[in-house]
Design a protein around this ligand. Sequence first.
Ligand code: ZN
Length: 342
Amino acid sequence: MRPRLLRSRQSLAGTSRVAFGWSRGFAVEQSSIFSQRLTACSVGSRRPIQLGHCPGGRQSRAAFTLIELLVVVSVIALLISILLPALSAARRASQQVVCLSNMRHVGLGAILYAQDNSDQVWPVNVDGGVSIPPIGGAWARLPGKEEGTVRPGYLYDYVSNVDQIAECPMNRRSTSRDDGGRNMFGGDTPLDFDYTMVANTQGARLDRHTLMGHITRAELYPIWNLPPLVPPTGMSVPRLSGLAIFVEERTQYFNERYPDGLWSNGDQIETRHKGGGHVVYLEGHADLFKPIMGRVDRVHERRDLDANDFYVRVASRWVRLELRSGELHPYGWINNPEISLP
Ligand SMILES: [Zn+2]
């Protein structure tokens, strides 16, 4: 019996080297998981780093000291702080590319429609009157067969994946559903909207080249009073790169829940892409347009460039594109713009 008792004590002693830690030459009972990780390979060791088998065959559960752990955490935090801005910038850049591509698709839809309809871009609405939600721009939705209903608009006849390309990847609207729960396109999908038709370009002909520009001193005019019919002498009117037919409409002011699909009056152009929004032109291209804006983001300021500040070139002078609030030029006006406006 004696030898068996001795083996048992040896076994217990062996176990105690795992269950107990060693510090400064003394065996000290460990009371926490963390302190167990400080177990040394041998008595007197102050650097319990080595994992696995210790010299001599003893097992070790040593890992890191507290300081080493903190250093590792600090390095990881530093790497994250360096990489996150780069990743965020890359994400924004890719979203901008997708948005630009989306707008090209929308513009292509308008041009394809024109090719089937006497070379003229689609009308604002099919009733000839002013577009009022929930009907909105005919490019997006049309009246349904039954009164009070809507169905998808002309764009769906020419672009197969409207539900994938009709909103910017950076869309942050809370909702744009009408009272019936329909989106701007007359459907019940989660699709939102960002791209709206420049209302007074309805009926634009593909074979005309109409110059378009905007005033640079919008702050000279009260917000709800239109700028003059013809810009004052000496005011510069920078040109756009074509006749804008669709713009990426600014969400922040006035358009959070106004899904008419049209851009006119006080509507603005987005600034979410490096201070600009995308514009697609009758000529078939699209680009990033950076509007002149005031200092406060969520306030409609006089300095903000909006649809009232845009002009088209007639003969040798510029003429304002917009009528009074809510009024539209007749279908095709843009092809032969008259300056005898009311
Ligand atoms: Zn966008």
